[in-house]
Design a protein around this ligand. Structure first.
Ligand code: SF4
Ligand code: SF4
Length: 192
């Protein structure tokens, strides 16, 4: 049965909206003062010290791309695809990573290997492999679950920008470009 949440009755003072506007402006003013004094005395603003120390100007805003602050300790990196020592795609498009990805950032279209490829009709490889970086929460579960060690979180390019939602979706080609070759024990064609 649906539960209707009752709307609270606003007092006359609340209906004026003035307290909320003044409250909002006070917060803005407080940040403005902190920023100004942060520029003048960066070492003296204790609460923002770690951020200010990262910035050469003493400001709380990073001037990207001229300025690049180091990522926090716990940052794992962004997911990319890797190839094996022979330049073969390690991914077999099993879709496990797509299944476990909490925000459903991964979209895979499996494809078969056909034609003159020596491994034709033996294994699959992804026809399309997209990761929506606006959805990704950098949790690393795709890396954990992958049976082929084909997807890894890498820290090399911590910050990336896009001018559209579509521009923030990394396709297979881009993911392999960023991932490169990974010399790891698991090599799916070994012994075949
Ligand atoms: S890091 Fe997490 S959120 Fe990002 S693609 Fe992998 S499983 Fe999904
Ligand atoms: S990256 Fe790994 S888990 Fe994801 S589809 Fe490819 S082989 Fe499967």
């Amino acid at each position: 049965m649906a539960y209707v949440v009752p709307r609270p009755d606003l007092t006359l003072w609340e209906r004026l909206y003035l307290p909320s506007i003044v409250g909002g402006m006070t917060i803005t003013l407080r940040h403005m003062v902190a920023t100004i004094f942060g520029r003048l005395f960066p070492k003296k603003i204790e609460t923002h010290r770690s951020l200010l120390e990262m910035s050469s100007t003493g400001a709380l805003t990073m001037q990207y791309p001229e300025e690049k602050w180091p990522m926090p300790e716990g940052y794992r990196g962004a997911p990319v695809l890797v190839m094996d020592q022979d330049g073969r795609e390690k991914c077999v498009s099993c879709q496990l990573c797509e299944f476990v990805c909490p925000p459903r950032a991964i979209r895979i279209t499996p494809g078969s290997i056909t034609g003159s490829d020596p491994h034709a009709n033996v294994e699959k490889r992804p026809r399309e492999f997209d990761i929506d970086m606006l959805r990704c929460i950098y949790c690393g579960m795709c890396e954990e679950v992958c049976p082929e060690e084909a997807i890894f979180l890498r820290k090399e390019e911590p910050i990336f920008v896009g001018t559209s939602r579509q521009g923030m979706v990394r396709n297979k080609k881009e993911l392999y470009r960023l991932g490169g070759v990974m010399n790891r024990p698991i090599k799916k064609w070994e012994g075949k």
